[in-house]
Design a protein around this ligand. Structure first.
Ligand code: SF4
Length: 64
């Protein structure tokens, strides 16, 4: 699974980082950064939850 984040949409809610700080990191400017190329298998369910929970739909997960 690969994740992409749209920095133009991200509104610094931080819910994704709270769920998975090893995958999502909000930088000093309040924009999310995806810290991994591929999601570890054990984190896939939480990534789906984070994607669905983002209030501005800034995250996308694609199976590969
Ligand atoms: S991607 Fe969504 S949940 Fe994560 S910091 Fe940005 S707005 Fe908040």
């Amino acid at each position: 699974m690969k994740i992409t984040a749209d920095p133009a949409r991200c509104a610094d809610h931080g819910m994704c980082e709270a769920l998975l700080p090893n995958v999502f990191q909000v930088d000093d400017t309040g924009v999310v950064r995806v810290a991994v190329e591929q999601v570890p298998d054990g984190d896939i369910a939480d990534v789906r939850l984070a994607v669905d929970s983002c209030p501005v739909a800034a995250l996308r997960a694609e199976d590969n």
